[in-house]
Design a protein around this ligand. Structure first.
Ligand code: FRU
Length: 555
């Protein structure tokens, strides 16, 4: 395959390739840059073009190029990357709206939710806002649609709903594919220091040959370059695990603590086998000392399979402190749901977190809302999570895996006992809502694409059944005060349920297999990602509450 391209001065081409083949870049018939032979394992390559001119890209193995894009550093913040799709016929380039239209043409890809263009994505990481631009990073495996050596993918947005795809921001410190290992640049958070400088604290899992024992996790600090394109100045800030803490030691969240007049960090871990959140302190953000466990899960969690806390989020909300965490490996005996996300609300005094009640709030009864990360901005606590639970996967052969939730805003319930989540106002401001059903029960045909269902009034006895060609897509019901959801793929062995009490409002978004439910003012939320019958054509509503159905799409 040969392809002529005009490249401006300073242009960067970045790609991952593996297999039998070569790639050359020629100018006027002379090779100016080449990879004489790819390796059998994926490797990352970058070409920096110096003078504006036409080049010819030549390769005998277009299929060996697993993921490729180009960009000009001066303009990428406005344009996003240009995706390079290699094939026998040449290189197809797509930028901006062309990428959006291409992604939207995939009938299996959610239209309102962020997903990577290609390959595997998990947790949202490094969320932050700079000027009027939101930055969302994500756990990304650039060479395959399964989990693998972790990088930080990157996207930006002005409205939390429409995203521009950016170059990969952070790479693992070693070529893990070459080592036959997993690990890499794991999850972490953005932190803005008092002088306004932005940095990212994250975990690096060093080459790991066994997923469940013996790996080593260390904490690092990275700073963005001045254009927010690549992480630079990476330093290790914490390697030493406290006694009793095993190999799980990750996902830092850092803040400046006025009361302590020092930096504080929480990490997810396990302590003598119990899932735990650890608190560390630092005077300069570089040297960290272990202070104490911030939270240790009751013993039943370990007995029920929980291995560690992942992605702890700890933040001030109104006059309280909130801890959100996932217990990886845990199976709830009653419902068989696993890897649930929990919240605790309390006080944080003298470096001690004192929950108002020891009872954990189940943050999402649907389970496909994991690794939530929130960030405070202009007085709002904005959160995203990864819509996945390891229970179900995308069908084999899918070009990508992983979606993010809609942006949510966190608040406390009036009695300050529950953490509430509701869609951010940007969802209503930037996604069109055309009313298609107003105030009635009955059976309705649905348009193709995303919808929102709203119920207001007493929810008890309500039932929403969406079908595709008569087959179940999803069913949501409220019976005896219990809200439950069932998808086509469920065989009944896991119960997706929540106590609703006397909830009088419900919003449900459906977007090609994703169901996000917000009930009782956001006090009860449930999220599912289904992979079967994801485009319902009929909806049956039976409810004494008043019902509305809205067609939702991006402007
Ligand atoms: C949660 C998690 C984190 C880890 C990352 C690795 O999904 O396991 O604990 O940092 O994903 O991709």
């Amino acid at each position: 395959m040969k392809q002529n391209l005009f490249l401006p001065s300073g242009y960067r081409l970045e790609f991952w390739a593996a297999g039998d083949g070569f790639l050359r870049i020629n100018i006027d018939g002379k090779t100016v840059w080449q990879i004489p032979s790819f390796a059998i394992h994926p490797e990352f390559f970058k070409y920096h073009h110096r003078e504006a001119c036409e080049v010819t890209i030549v390769t005998n193995a277009p299929d060996a190029v697993l993921w490729a894009y180009g960009y000009q550093p001066q303009t990428v913040n406005e344009t996003g990357i240009t995706v390079f799709e290699f094939s026998d016929r040449g290189i197809l380039q797509r930028t901006g709206a062309e990428i959006e239209n291409w992604l939207r043409s995939d009938p299996d890809r959610p239209a309102l939710h962020f997903s990577p263009i290609r390959h595997w994505m998990n947790d949202p990481v490094g969320l932050c806002k700079i000027g009027d631009t939101w930055h969302m990073f994500y756990q990304f495996h650039p060479s395959g649609s399964g989990w693998g050596p972790m990088h930080w993918g990157h996207a930006t947005s002005r409205d939390l709903v429409n995203w521009l795809h950016m170059p990969v921001f952070l790479h693992p410190e070693q070529n893990l594919w070459r080592l036959g290992a997993t690990g890499g640049a794991f999850s972490g958070n953005a932190f803005r220091d008092r002088d306004g400088s932005l940095m990212f604290f994250y975990t690096e899992r060093l080459p790991a040959y066994d997923l469940f024992k013996g790996y080593r996790e260390i904490q690092k600090l990275a700073r963005p370059d001045r254009r927010m394109i690549k992480a630079e100045g990476i330093v290790t800030v914490l390697e030493q695990r406290p006694d009793g803490v095993e190999h799980d030691f990750r996902d830092p969240k850092v803040w400046w603590d006025d009361a302590a007049n020092a930096y504080r960090m929480v990490l997810g871990a396990s302590m003598e086998g119990d899932p735990a959140v650890l608190l560390f302190g630092s005077g300069d953000g570089l040297e960290w000392q272990y202070l104490r466990p911030l939270y240790r899960a009751p013993v039943n969690f370990r007995q029920e399979g929980a291995r560690a806390v992942e992605c702890p989020d700890f933040f001030r909300l109104e006059d309280k402190w909130v801890l959100v965490m996932g217990f990886v490996g845990h199976v709830e005996p009653r419902t068989r749901r696993h890897n649930l996300l929990y919240a605790l609300i309390g006080e944080f005094v003298d470096d001690c977190f004192v929950p108002d009640t020891p009872e954990l709030q189940l943050l999402d009864f649907g389970t496909d809302y994991y690794a939530m990360q929130s960030v405070e901005s202009d007085g709002r606590q904005i959160a995203f999570a990864w819509l996945f639970n390891w229970e179900y996967r995308k069908p084999e052969g899918s070009s990508y895996s992983g979606e993010m939730s809609l942006p949510r805003v966190l608040s406390l319930s009036e009695d300050r006992k529950r953490l509430r989540m509701l869609p951010a106002m940007e969802v209503d401001e930037h996604l069109v809502a055309d009313l298609i059903v107003e105030d009635k029960s009955g059976t309705f045909s649905l348009p193709k694409g995303p919808i929102e269902i709203r119920l207001s009034g007493a929810l008890e006895g309500s039932k929403l059944v969406a079908t595709q060609g008569g087959e179940l897509a999803f069913e949501v019901s409220v019976a005896d005060g219990i809200l439950s959801i069932r998808l086509a793929q469920d065989d009944g062995s896991i119960q997706y349920v929540a106590e609703l009490g006397c909830g009088k409002d419900l919003r449900l978004f459906h977007d090609r297999g994703i169901v996000e439910i917000f009930a009782d003012g956001g006090s009860v939320c449930g999220t599912r990602r289904g992979y079967a019958n994801i485009e319902p054509d009929h909806l049956d509503i039976s409810s004494s509450a008043s019902a509305q159905v809205l067609e939702r799409y991006s402007k």
